[in-house]
Design a protein around this ligand. Structure first.
Ligand SMILES: C[S@@+](CC[C@H](N)C(=O)[O-])C[C@H]1O[C@@H](n2cnc3c(N)ncnc32)[C@H](O)[C@@H]1O
Length: 259
């Protein structure tokens, strides 16, 4: 863990990227689909009565879950209130009752018990994930499920090595997550795997970061000369076939509350 999250910066960065996020965030789309399939493979039922999803964004995980599971009542949350219009058509008439809570999940007025609590590519932004997990577990039905994904310490390792700022505060391994679980919640399945993206040049890579809202300010303070020097260093150390490499390091957790 590093410095505390500047939640205004995180909010502004994701809000600004909303128009481009869904199409540009192809890695997060794959992560969301994989998380939904891990949940099914872990033995979750085909239907959930009450579901809460936080950090829903433009709905990559929401869509993946609704493609696989029947949900009777769905509560979606995101820090950014402008996510709602992206989520509404995606939920459509697939769920009879759904609602949206905007603001930080840490303070969301939860009304459990839920049968499933889910979130993709968001927990890395939390300052105190253990406290949130404990709070969420209190709103989970005995036998209920949690499906979460975040990122491990290898996330954007290339940028970190070049001294870029703007990383999320909580990149954690499965082993570290295991140490944060509240009593009565067990890890049913977990996975760490990386996904490499490639970009023609640094400008394209920085545009990708801006359009997905992650590490939103990376490069913003670099002068033209610094950018050129950084691109040279990046190309020397982290390129494949002439293209700049960027590593995503997703971490998947399927948890269950004891009965
Ligand atoms: C990388 S996006 C992931 C969106 C979506 N789950 C997906 O898989 O594409 C992270 C989302 O988490 C939201 N977020 C960040 N911190 C949050 C917090 N404390 N509470 C609720 N949402 C948060 C951001 O606004 C953003 O929409």
């Amino acid at each position: 863990m590093t410095a505390r999250t500047d939640s205004a910066r995180v909010h502004d960065s994701f809000r600004r990227s909303l128009g481009s996020y869904h199409a540009e965030a192809s890695v997060q789309a794959r992560i969301a689909r994989h998380l939904a399939s891990l949940l099914a493979d872990a033995g979750a039922p085909n239907a959930f009565d009450r579901v809460f999803e936080f950090g829903a964004g433009t709905g990559h995980l929401t869509g993946a879950l609704l493609d696989r599971f029947t949900v009777s009542e769905l509560t979606l949350n995101d820090l950014v209130s402008e996510c709602r219009p992206y989520l509404a058509p995606l939920v459509g008439d697939r769920v009879s009752g759904w609602s949206f809570l905007s603001g930080p999940v840490e303070f969301a007025p939860l009304s459990g018990p839920y049968d499933l609590i889910s979130s993709a590519s968001t927990v890395q932004w939390l300052d105190d994930p253990a406290a949130l997990l404990a709070r969420l577990a209190n709103h989970l039905r005995p036998g209920g499920w949690m499906a979460l994904s975040g990122f491990g310490p290898g996330q954007f390792a290339e940028l970190a090595e070049l001294g870029a700022t703007g990383a999320a505060p909580h990149y954690a391994t499965v082993a570290e997550w295991r140490g944060l679980l509240p009593a009565g919640v067990s890890l049913v399945a977990a996975e760490e795997r990386s996904d490499r993206q490639h970009f023609a040049d640094l400008r394209a890579l920085l545009r990708h970061l801006r359009q997905t809202g992650v590490n939103g300010r990376t490069g913003g303070a670099w002068t033209r000369g610094q950018l050129a020097a950084i691109e040279d260093a990046y190309r020397q150390r982290h390129s494949d076939g002439g293209k700049l490499r960027l590593t995503y390091a997703p971490v998947y957790l399927i948890l269950r509350k004891e009965i």
